[in-house]
Design a protein around this ligand. Structure first.
Ligand SMILES: *Cc1c(COP(=O)(O)O)cnc(C)c1O
Length: 520
């Protein structure tokens, strides 16, 4: 069995479909060998003359062996990457119900604005007098972030949510050092439902992490926090709405208790999409919060690419905000880069952060307006509750059947006795053409399925998703466990042996047998 490149195919065989076509391809689903298996190392895709003799200035460090880069002609290389890109699932391809991640539509208007030469072509080392427009955009974005959160200062430069957490916690640490309490206040409280980045961030900068149990109702209660408070506590890190999709109703009381004990309140703002325009974290007693522009404000989620996670700070922490920050001076905007003469704790990144993301986020804000942002939050909550209502007679909810915020959480107790697990169910959803929901998070709920449809799905799209979920659920309950155990059957690669993949991962390509042998 050969594919288009004359290489043995393996994809189709795994689900027993390979024999149906000569190539192993299935219409638009083209089986793709690794680029190393396609190209020859003795070939090259570019027409450059052999370099003439030249004096090498690498002091004898020049490579002696071949780099072993695959050599492909341009059309082959283009096809390879186009085919790979078609295997991607994305928000532009369909509903992406990944809870906590807020995979909402990325408006094309944002993209158009971000490509304007005045934003796209500026260089961070340009004299500031030549980029006043870009600085004004950063100031306007800051104004929106501050007014929607009710906070005092903002650090725009962090490059992701987790990086923003680090920034906020470093501001808290700087505040504690300025009070001379760095030797005593060493503990950070984190509820057991928190995202893993919260305890990781606290530990990374030397805090000890102590967990706070959530109540039977999935919420953190002031009594549980008070029990842990004392002069050793630097801060609490809390998510609101929390990772169970519930609003922490006693958040103000928790904030007061933490403040009275001399600690700071860090709020993980990943779920801000549920409350923008409805509640301001500053009014709830929050001292620091990151905002994932790629979740709440519709910028693309980068696969490790250029992201942005600005951090807003309360009056108590504003002085410790990192450089650079903006100042208006003599009618011009200045990006202050020097920590001299301020309490700024330092800096998080080279330069100012991700201009392209600032432009996209502000485009989203300006095109929606304050009322439109509020509507988006309300619709996000409505859509999650629509999914909840459409599924709650079949799927079990860990904290009872009650309204959720922007995401709905199910557990796997409804699957009891079916031999189908949350993982199997998620894999079967792939065969239905959906990216699975978030599974096994939050950790406090056994076999969690966390679904966040976001506001940008239409009713028709939600209805189809609900029907697909219901159909799968009924099949699981009817005992069709084979369908789940073997899923996904229609994806380019079938079910992995996850234990083996984790225990003995193959991370390096090694040459296969020559084609002639393999084809026989
Ligand atoms: C997404 C998320 C984070 C981390 O944000 P990144 O931008 O992915 O670094 C932190 N906490 C929660 C609850 C999240 O959902």
């Amino acid at each position: 069995m050969l594919n288009n490149q004359g290489r043995p195919t393996q994809a189709g065989e795994a689900h027993g479909l390979a024999r149906e076509t000569f190539t192993g391809n299935r219409a638009l689903e083209i089986d793709e060998a690794l680029i190393f298996d396609q190209g020859g190392f003795d070939r090259t895709g570019v027409d450059i003359d052999e370099p003439e003799e030249f004096a090498d200035r690498l002091g004898g460090l020049a490579r002696k062996n071949r780099a072993d880069l695959p050599g492909l002609a341009e059309p082959q290389a283009v096809r390879h990457y186009v085919r790979l890109s078609r295997k991607n699932y994305s928000i532009d391809a369909g509903l992406f119900p990944l809870g906590s991640c807020t995979m909402k539509h990325n408006p094309r208007l944002n993209e158009k604005m971000a490509r304007l030469p005045g934003f796209a072509d500026v260089h961070p080392l340009q004299p500031q007098s030549t980029v006043q427009g870009a600085l004004a955009l950063m100031q306007e974005l800051s104004r929106w972030l501050l007014s929607s959160t009710g906070m005092e200062a903002v650090a725009l430069s962090p490059k992701a949510g987790a990086h923003g957490e680090l920034c906020g916690m470093m501001a808290i640490k700087a505040a504690i050092v300025s009070r001379g309490e760095q030797e005593t206040r060493k503990t950070v409280l984190v509820p057991d439902s928190a995202h893993g980045t919260n305890p990781a961030t606290a530990a990374l900068i030397g805090f000890e992490v102590e967990s706070v149990p959530a109540g039977e109702d999935g919420l953190v209660h002031p009594a549980a926090v008070r029990e842990k408070l004392g002069p050793h506590v630097a801060a609490i890190m809390l998510t609101n709405p929390n990772t169970c999709g519930l609003f922490e109703r006693e958040i103000s009381e928790i904030a007061d208790a933490v403040h009275q004990a001399g600690g700071y309140f860090y709020c993980d703002g990943a779920n801000f999409n549920a409350i923008v325009g409805v509640a301001r974290p500053g009014d709830l007693g929050v001292d620091a919060m990151h905002i994932n522009l790629h979740k709440t404000f519709s910028t693309p989620h980068g696969g490790g690419g250029p992201g942005s996670g600005p951090v807003v700070l309360s009056e108590r922490l504003a002085a410790f905000a990192p450089v650079p920050f903006l100042r208006q001076k003599d009618g011009a905007l200045t990006l202050v880069e020097d920590t001299e003469g301020s309490q700024a704790f330092g800096r998080m990144t080279a330069f100012h952060g991700q201009m392209g993301m600032y432009v996209r986020a502000l485009s989203y804000m300006l095109s929606h307006g304050g009322d439109g942002l509020r509507q988006a939050s309300q619709d996000a909550v409505l859509n999650a509750n629509y999914v909840r209502a459409g599924l709650s007679d079949l799927f079990s909810q860990p904290f009872g059947d009650r309204p959720c915020m922007h995401e709905v959480l199910f557990d796997e107790s409804w699957l009891k006795g079916t031999d189908v697990t949350t993982l199997d169910f998620a894999k079967a959803l792939i065969d239905e053409g959906y990216h699975p929901m978030t599974v096994y998070f939050p950790l406090v709920v056994k076999g969690a399925m966390l679904i966040e449809p976001t506001e940008s799905e239409s009713k028709a799209s939600l209805d189809l998703f609900i029907m697909a979920m219901r159909d799968l659920a009924l099949r699981a309950l009817r005992g069709e466990k084979e369908r789940f155990a073997t899923a996904p059957r229609f994806a380019p690669r079938a079910r992995l042996d996850e234990t083996r993949a984790a225990r003995s991962p193959v991370l390096k390509w090694t040459a296969r047998a020559p084609v002639a042998e393999a084809a026989e």
